[in-house]
Design a protein around this ligand. Structure first.
Ligand SMILES: Nc1ncnc2c1ncn2[C@@H]1O[C@H](COP(=O)(O)OP(=O)(O)OP(=O)(O)O)[C@@H](O)[C@H]1O
Ligand SMILES: O=C(O)c1ccc[n+]([C@@H]2O[C@H](COP(=O)([O-])O)[C@@H](O)[C@H]2O)c1
Length: 199
């Protein structure tokens, strides 16, 4: 493993927050902290994506997005990484398979906002992702209720863990997922790019 790959203490539980981070904002920090606390994670890695495979327009240059994300995070438990670009990967199914191969001692949990659960059935090999890692879905304004009825949520309904048992999720065998309710933030990168309120 190269020097630019994050360290994972043996047996660590690590939340993976994949995103364009174009730019990173306070809600990314808030959901990461909630995931650390409620899922009892040791780390959250921000996987700053080379580019979402479903989005036609590419994001700002990776180096700029990395620098802005790093400037926002002072919590040593949150690690900002461009490991997907370093591995030449952008599809989540590939990323998770590679990380599990590279870090056999770690336990990964995929983190995503509820807007992404609504779209999840459009992701490449999404069932493979759900079979590979537990998933925590973080409530986001406008999609919290839709997430409950999302196609992927229906398919995976028997694998859903009640929220009060979320602390067990990282040690569970997938498929396993939970929806975390929390004080919701309306922040989005789109809003910031359009000149809205900053982090
Ligand atoms: N306000 C929020 N509440 C809950 N989850 C969020 C929020 N903002 C972002 N996320 C989640 O964080 C992850 C990375 O987000 P991303 O980098 O796409 O930012 P974004 O604000 O959703 O960007 P965009 O507006 O460009 O779609 C995604 O899983 C997304 O659902
Ligand atoms: O693998 C896929 O098919 C796929 C499709 C859409 C989104 N994703 C991932 O979901 C994360 C959130 O994407 P984004 O662009 O909304 O920030 C990011 O890690 C993307 O690579 C992955």
């Amino acid at each position: 493993m190269g020097p630019h790959f994050p360290l994972a203490p043996p047996g660590a539980t690590i939340g993976l927050l994949g995103g364009s981070f174009d730019p990173a904002h306070a809600a990314h920090l808030a959901i990461s902290r909630t995931a650390l606390r409620r899922l009892k994670l040791d780390r959250v890695w921000w996987l700053v994506s080379p580019g979402n495979p479903l989005k036609a327009h590419g994001p700002a240059p990776l180096a700029a997005r990395m620098a802005a994300a790093q400037a926002l995070t002072h919590d040593p438990r949150i690690v900002v990484t461009d490991i997907e670009a370093r591995l030449g990967l952008r599809k989540t199914a590939d990323t998770i398979a590679a990380l599990q191969r590279l870090y056999p001692g770690a336990r990964f949990v995929w983190l995503m906002g509820s807007d992404n659960l609504v779209q999840f059935h459009h992701w490449d090999r999404w069932r493979e992702i759900a079979a590979a890692v537990p998933i925590a879905v973080m409530a986001r304004p406008g999609s919290r209720l839709a997430a409950r009825g999302a196609p992927a949520a229906q398919v995976l309904r028997r694998a859903r863990l009640p929220e009060h048992r979320a602390a067990l999720l990282a040690r569970m065998a997938p498929p396993a997922w939970t929806l975390l309710n929390m004080p919701m933030s309306p922040l989005s990168s789109t809003q910031i790019r359009n000149g809205g309120r900053h982090a």
